[in-house]
Design a protein around this ligand. Sequence first.
Ligand SMILES: Nc1ncnc2c1ncn2[C@@H]1O[C@H](COP(=O)(O)OP(=O)(O)OP(=O)(O)O)[C@@H](O)[C@H]1O
Ligand SMILES: [Mg+2]
Length: 464
Amino acid sequence: MNNSGLTPRQIVERLDSHIIGQGEAKRAVAIALRNRWRRQNVPEELADEISPKNIIMIGPTGVGKTEIARRLAKLDNSPFLKVEASKFTEVGYVGRDVESMVRDLVELSVNMIKAEEQENVQAKAAEIAEERLLDLLLPPRPAERKVGEMLDDPQQETIEIPLSEEQVKRQDATREKLRKLLQEGKLDERLVELEVSEARSGPMIEIFSAAGMEDMGLNIKEMLGNMMPQKKKRRNVKVSEAREILAAEEAQKLIDMDKVTKTALDRVEQSGIIFLDEIDKIVGGESQHGPDVSREGVQRDLLPIVEGSNVNTRYGMVRTDHILFIAAGAFSGTKPSDLIPELQGRFPIRVEMDSLGKEEFIRILTEPDNALIRQYTEMMATEGVELTFTDDAVEQIAEVAAIVNERTENIGARRLYTIMETLLDDISFDAPDLEDKKIAINARYVEEKLDNIVEDEDLSRYIL
Ligand SMILES: Nc1ncnc2c1ncn2[C@@H]1O[C@H](COP(=O)(O)OP(=O)(O)OP(=O)(O)O)[C@@H](O)[C@H]1O
Ligand SMILES: [Mg+2]
């Protein structure tokens, strides 16, 4: 099973390495995740009765809502889909039923399992690929050569030309020698002729598969794709490339698609997570302008899916009863209680996200595994530039971010991105040409670069 059995405390710890603060939200999602593991371990007749406790995360933009949900899904390999609830109200989506999110989740899960399976058969596929490569490199034994092939007429019978024992031995020895060279990568640059299937050309097919088609449970793209004969072409490729093409082809053959589908459906049902972003955008009565689908209508459409129902997908029926829904929204002018009551009831857990200030920014810049400062230093390192930040520089950056957020729009941690970009613009551009490869960013540098932009509110609106 994919569920890793992490305890809530461990889950929070893992989340801590990417997300600063937001303790309450982390706790809530950690419990939700642990509850799935618990459910899988209670007596079966009860397991069916236990439904997930869906969560609404409330908080301004850029404070880590999406990030928490995304990292959570990664923790236990759950199929994870993020959708904007508001998109179901858009003109282009009129009539597009919200069930499509479940179909998308299944699609995603199938790809996920397929990738996992591919991983599993990789070694075996590589082995077979090697044999096929050797076949290509070493002309086939005369005995296996079909006379028909020689005459270019497939009707002809194979004529066996017996090989002497001596010849066979020699053949085998050559093959082993070649194998050794191959494994050492000495033949990588050689060319072999290989039959490769051309990628099916897309554009025309794309038009047909516009929104709505997949709702019929059909996949037009695939149907058309299968109707048109797959083009094969003989091509000269390098051995190194051929090895990859052949291995991928063999892996494809080794995978049991029925099993993949079954596992994928099962995983969606047992541990799928749907992240419903911008849930606050479907709050409120009928929309004022024109052809939009009514927001309340979307809420009503969501009910059965969140509640638990069967959704037909092209891989089979999926029950949505145990899919975990995490909704998120800023709710600046509205409240969760403005949602229709039935939907409110299906999201029993509410967590408020904290807005971020200078102290959090300092930590976000430096602490997470993927911290921004680290990203920039590593990027510069590829240019041979040793970039360092003094503590007071980091503090200064955080302060500027907090100030700009306060004066203009509060975009949370995303502000750090724009500020870092502006701050390091020159260095980024000049890095390859720099004489002095050691650069220490200190508070003074930050001030010089940013102060006049920050002072001028209009300027900061445009630049930061
Ligand atoms: N608490 C935090 N700790 C670390 N990084 C954060 C935090 N909050 C936000 N970030 C970073 O800021 C970026 C935006 O965060 P995220 O996508 O989670 O915002 P959001 O809350 O979903 O906002 P929105 O309402 O606009 O969707 C991400 O790249 C994330 O890494
Ligand atoms: Mg988000």
